[in-house]
Design a protein around this ligand. Structure first.
Ligand code: ADP
Ligand code: 5SP
Length: 497
């Protein structure tokens, strides 16, 4: 039997899947690593933690599966987007990685808008948001100039891991699109944007397609993981592009909901000249010359894990969520907004923070748990509404990520989105998408679409219940008011954080 491996470098953990020629996940492994928040709004990881845990995860995958290294033909990656890894001439990281959910860069976003004005949207096709990479590079330029001076190249998280596994620098278009330095439609680094901020273009690595073979494993990595040096390595893609591939979002009209640390509503797009005025992100897909649009909730799964860790640390997710289907839709008047690290879509606002509105003495832990899940899902509904408002029809949504593990949450998505929710056999969308890039790269299929047809199987679907849809429609209107009503309060509270 032959296999491919997908490595998903997430924010909470690295997940690896071993997939056979039929698309069956033969084995999966996961190793977590810490997130450092030295100040409010800061979010960093140590790139060395990614390397150590990726190696452990790959080794476990081989040991537990008993598969022979020679049976594994290829390996590819999916990675958390936007995170800045600056490396020196010897390939050593110069500081911790600054992650996608770090919001320290508001001043740099305003600088980008002032310097580039309308050019930003016409070239990079996205607004200046705190999470993107260029504002992070400018933050280092302004605050740690000695670090930027020593930098030979900047990489994104999974590109750094791939570099350590193969010894080569590269970045694929889908991940490069989230830097604000790429001419998204033209598929090349923007000299104009780099020059506007006095950044040498040599800082940008070689651009490749997600399914392109970029090397094989270094002997020391083969030694540590048990894999063969001949294993082909394919570039891989941004976790949302890979999630889309792993959910089969490969043609017009298909929509995905991903609840990982962040939350994403994503729709396939082949028209490169569409203008959403920056209301949603517009990025290159992992499929050649295709694109996708998406809206992002910064703290989706993260709101639930924050809630669990803070108020029910002794409980597993399954135990915490056990009683929530006994609580009626609307959590008996308790509303939550998931702005605990700021927000992106539809409110690009680093200062806004979350709220529980309507707390009553009768509310129990399960009301709060349900309200948190409803608030996260309402936030994602805002992105669904933007898609619908742009003329797209959303009647079916493929749901992936950690949030798709819970049945009640899947039904809640159906009722809040008023669409049928489909869960696939594996909710490991991004890791599966990475494995599919390797399978296609190895020549197992003539296209990613053909690979999706062979690999992806629906497990269950959840239809909206019209009565619950009506309840949620009413509550959603109230939810939408909370941002405006709490905005100025949060601006004034910011000084106390
Ligand atoms: N059993 C579960 N039920 C509901 N939600 C869960 C469960 N397990 C994990 N989650 C949610 O999924 C999130 C992690 O999703 P995952 O896709 O693994 O994230 P990432 O790729 O960002 O590391 C957690 O923050 C949590 O909110
Ligand atoms: O910033 C974005 C997308 O723009 C996030 O979606 C990151 O890519 C992190 O993803 P997860 O760790 O939640 O999968």
């Amino acid at each position: 039997m032959s296999y491919v491996i997908g490595v998903d470098l997430g924010t909470s953990a690295v997940k690896t899947v071993l997939v056979n020629r039929e698309g069956k996940v033969a084995f999966e492994a996961s190793e977590s690593y810490p997130l450092f928040q030295p100040k409010a709004g800061y979010s960093e990881q140590n790139p060395e933690d990614w390397i150590e845990q990726t190696i452990v995860s790959l080794r476990k995958l081989l040991e537990v599966s008993g598969v022979q290294p020679s049976e594994i033909e290829g390996l590819s990656f999916s990675g958390q987007m936007h995170g800045l890894v600056l490396v020196d001439a010897a390939g050593k990281p110069l500081r911790n990685a600054i992650l996608w959910n770090d919001t320290r860069t508001t001043a740099q976003c305003r600088r980008i808008e002032k310097v580039l004005d309308g050019k930003l949207l016409s070239i990079a096709r996205n607004r200046a948001l705190e999470g993107f990479t260029l504002p992070k590079i400018l933050w280092v330029q302004e605050n740690e100039p000695e670090v930027l001076q020593q930098a030979a190249v900047f990489l994104l998280p999974k590109d750094y891991v791939r570099y350590r596994l193969t010894g080569d620098y590269a970045m694929d278009y889908s991940d490069a699109a989230g830097t604000l330095l790429l001419d998204v439609a033209g598929k090349q680094w923007s000299q104009e944007i780099a020059e506007a901020f006095e950044l040498p273009i040599s800082l940008c690595p070689r651009l490749v397609e997600s399914f392109e073979e970029v090397g094989t494993l270094l002997p020391e990595i083969a030694d540590q993981t048990g894999l063969a040096t001949a294993t082909k390595v394919f570039a891989g893609g941004a976790d949302n592009a890979c999630g889309a591939i792993g959910a089969g979002i490969l043609s017009e009209g298909q929509t995905m909901c991903s609840i990982g640390t962040s939350g994403v509503i994503l729709s396939y797009e082949e028209r490169k000249d569409l203008d959403f005025e920056g209301k949603v992100h517009f990025f290159n897909h992992g499929e050649k010359d295709a694109f996708y649009i998406m809206g992002v909730t910064l703290a989706a799964g993260y709101s639930l894990s924050w809630f669990k860790d803070t108020f029910a640390a002794d409980k597993s997710f399954d135990v915490l969520l056990q009683g929530i289907d006994q609580v009626p839709a609307g959590s008996q008047g308790l509303l939550f907004t998931p702005y605990i690290v700021g927000e992106r879509t539809p409110h690009p606002d680093a200062n806004i923070r979350g709220s529980f509105i309507g707390m009553d003495a009768g509310h129990k832990l399960e009301h709060f748990g349900r309200a948190v899940m409803e608030g996260i899902t309402f936030s994602l509904r805002e992105s669904i509404d933007i898609l619908r408002g742009s003329g797209k029809t959303v009647t079916e949504v493929i749901s992936i990520g950690g949030g798709a593990k819970n049945e009640a949450w899947l039904q809640m998505q159906a009722d809040i989105f008023n669409a049928t929710i489909v869960k696939l056999e594996s909710e490991q969308g991004p890791a599966m998408g990475a494995a599919m890039l390797a399978a296609y790269g190895c020549g197992w299929f003539s296209s990613l679409q053909a690979c999706a047809t062979a690999f992806l199987r629906p497990a269950k679907s959840y239809d909206p219940n019209p009565e619950t849809v009506a309840v949620y429609d009413g509550l959603f209107a109230l939810y939408q008011e909370v941002y405006g009503q709490t905005r100025s309060l949060n601006d004034r509270l910011a000084q106390y954080r």
